[in-house]
Design a protein around this ligand. Structure first.
Ligand code: AP5
Length: 220
């Protein structure tokens, strides 16, 4: 299964990607995680992209495309979280897949109003040990995850607003891009995490009746 997850920052792409990956065995590829790992490892590339990430800006297309490409040939497919995020990135993805005689199977867009996203991002915490994402109110860490639980530098109100503006300007046009290709599946993401996960399974089952995961194995 080759699935692209679209939607504004904080809508739950990473949260649902973790679950879908556990249910399908397809790896969860987050370009945001790749960017943060590069910065944390202190590489030359990390130094170049740090300023973009710290400002809440998008990393330039050519850099992010080169970072994502090595992950696309996995025979288990993938769940792409945060890539593509611009039309040129979507075109580069399609071209690379066409060269490999494959294609995107579906693009799921998660929808929620901006005020709910600010609430979600402000309470987001990531376990330093397991890397898993939680929310202080909506999805508290389980007792077996010792933490510590860190807040991302870009989850501050001014940067959240900047990232959401960028989403509406640069990424939202991808809904038309995938819609025109008959690949867009829409999931309203206002409900809780489990309810949204069930909707994801439902849209995939409707689209791929013989291949989609069942609700019973959709939680990690
Ligand atoms: P990235 O890490 O992708 O950040 P983002 O786009 O800002 O998206 P988020 O991770 O914030 O949102 P999410 O939808 O995954 O939300 P989550 O599931 O965590 O990118 C970071 C940076 O890297 C970018 O700013 C850019 O600089 C660079 N970059 C990355 N990709 C790039 C690209 N392709 N091109 C250029 N630059 C790129 O959920 C949020 C919170 O809400 C969590 O706490 C969660 O527990 C909670 N939550 C989730 N679902 C629910 C629910 N249904 N109900 C209640 N709470 C919920």
């Amino acid at each position: 299964m080759r699935v692209v997850l679209l939607g504004p920052q904080g809508v739950g792409k990473g949260t649902q990607a973790q679950r879908l990956s556990a249910a399908t065995g397809a790896p969860h590829i987050s370009t945001g995680d790749l960017v943060r790992a590069e910065i944390k490892n202190g590489t030359a590339l990390g130094a170049t992209i740090r300023a973009y990430n710290d400002r809440g800006d998008l990393v330039p297309d050519d850099i992010i495309i080169a970072m994502a490409m090595p992950y696309l040939n996995n025979p288990k497919g993938w769940i792409l979280d945060g890539f593509p995020r611009t039309i040129p990135q979507a075109q580069a993805l399609d071209n690379a897949l066409a060269d490999a005689r494959t294609a995107v199977d579906a693009a799921i867009v998660f929808e929620a109003p901006d005020d709910r996203l600010i609430e979600r991002l402000s309470g987001r915490r990531q376990s330093k040990v397991t890397g898993k994402t939680y929310h202080i109110a909506f999805d508290p860490p389980p007792p077996d995850d010792p933490g510590p639980f860190l807040q991302r530098d870009d989850d501050q109100p001014d940067k959240i607003r900047q990232r959401l503006d960028l989403y509406h300007k640069e990424t939202e046009p991808l809904k038309t891009y995938y819609g025109e290709r008959g690949l867009l599946l829409t999931v309203e993401a206002l409900d809780g995490i489990d309810a949204v996960a069930k909707k994801v399974i439902a849209v995939l089952q409707a689209r791929f009746p013989h291949a989609a995961p069942s609700p019973s194995n959709s939680t990690p």
